[in-house]
Design a binder for this molecule. Structure first.
Ligand SMILES: *Cc1c(COP(=O)(O)O)cnc(C)c1O
Length: 371
């Protein structure tokens, strides 16, 4: 069976985790600090604050911005449900905006269509690694005095106008779940341009403590902490950070290989009439965290029929990116592009160690299924 994704993990990660265990630093310690510096450097950001997941990073981002009950936060429905849930954690209402059919991302027009006097922030998602138009979203947010959070969960290594995708972001959130391209098991990070905000985020992720447990441990004198505000336990562990450091060093290779395989998919899939697929927008590059195809209108089956057809041919694909507003936890609104993309797209296998013959198998299986 060809899997949809397979994390590229080896002895080096195992050894890094073991050395964290041997050192006695198994909770948040020096490796977390090192990983924050290395990852924020890679992302082109001033500071990094490591946390337990991208979901907790999104919650902290909205908490930092002061989002509260009565507020509305514009989010794409076309995203993993954590994006919308984060607004709920802050007590706010997520308001779903539609997306561009080619990139799967919010645009100024889809955002402006759902603004109300209660809107305070927008969470833009670089969906599946495809960058949204950062300049355009920044302009529309500043026009309406809204904060813009980048949900960059999928987008490590994607670029916008020649720079790392969220290099200009004041707040971006990242995921290190195995379904993304750099994994620490579970894990996440906020990248931040303002150092006071980074300092506050570091306190908020650790119960609101004024002096971190790691700093108290390494201090030669007595250091007492105080708790100035209510925080959370959203810490990453040194075991995770040790793995993350190894994974980060591999990321450029991972992205190069994925882009090579994606280019090969583009050529091979061109043989199948009516099929379209994810590609770079004109202003940037995707890391191809998700390689999706949109089924031809002429194909009368559903995307689930396609998944079943692929499965019987030894290929494990996935339905397209979900539409959060169609889930029972939320309520239905009219989002035609989102609904089209969700119902008519399928995510094909793409992973670092994938061979060309595995890729040929996927393409042949898809062609036979939708013929
Ligand atoms: C995966 C994902 C998340 C959640 O990340 P976790 O680290 O698993 O919490 C949030 N937003 C988007 C767009 C994602 O793809």
């Amino acid at each position: 069976m060809i899997p949809v994704i397979r994390p590229w993990l080896g002895e080096e990660e195992a050894e890094a985790a073991a050395s964290a265990v041997r050192s006695g630093w198994v909770a948040q310690g020096p490796r977390v600090t090192e990983f924050e510096k290395a990852f924020s450097g890679y992302a082109g950001a001033a500071e990094g604050v490591a946390v337990s997941s991208c979901t907790t990073a999104l919650h902290l981002a909205l908490h930092l911005l002061g989002v509260e009950p009565g507020d509305e936060v514009v989010v794409p429905s076309f995203s993993f449900i954590a994006t919308a849930n984060a607004a709920r954690y802050a007590g706010a209402t997520p308001v779903f905006a539609d997306v561009d059919p080619l990139t799967g991302n919010l645009t100024p027009a889809t955002i402006e269509a759902v603004l109300t006097p209660r809107t305070v922030a927008v969470i833009g998602v670089h969906q599946g690694g495809v960058p949204f138009d950062v300049d355009a979203l920044e302009a529309v947010c500043s026009k309406h005095s809204l904060a813009l959070v980048h949900d960059s969960a999928c987008a490590a290594g994607s670029t916008y106008r020649g720079k790392p995708v969220s290099a200009s972001a004041s707040l971006a959130t990242w995921s290190f779940h195995p379904r993304k391209l750099l994994t620490t098991g579970e894990g996440g990070m906020l990248t931040v341009s303002d150092s006071d905000q980074a300092a506050r985020l570091r306190r908020l992720r650790e119960h609101g403590m004024s002096v971190s447990a790691a700093d108290r441990h390494t201090s030669s004198g007595v250091k007492l902490e105080s708790y100035e505000e209510v925080g959370f336990n959203y810490r990453m562990t040194d075991i995770q950070a040790a793995i993350g450091l190894v994974q980060l060093a591999k990321l450029p290779d991972v992205i190069e290989r994925r882009r090579e395989l994606a280019g090969r998919y583009h050529k091979l899939l061109a043989e199948t009439d009516g099929l379209t697929w994810v590609t770079d927008p004109e202003y940037g590059t995707t890391n191809y965290q998700s390689f999706w195809v949109v089924l031809p209108d002429s194909y009368e089956g559903t995307s689930v029929d396609v998944l079943e057809g692929l499965l019987t041919r030894g290929v494990s694909a996935r339905r397209g990116i979900m539409a959060s507003h169609l889930e029972p936890a939320y309520s239905k609104v009219d989002l035609p592009v989102t609904e089209h993309l969700t119902s008519r797209s399928v995510i094909l296998p793409l992973f670092h160690q994938m061979t060309e013959s595995e890729q040929d198998t996927v393409v042949a299986a898809l062609a036979e299924t939708i013929r």
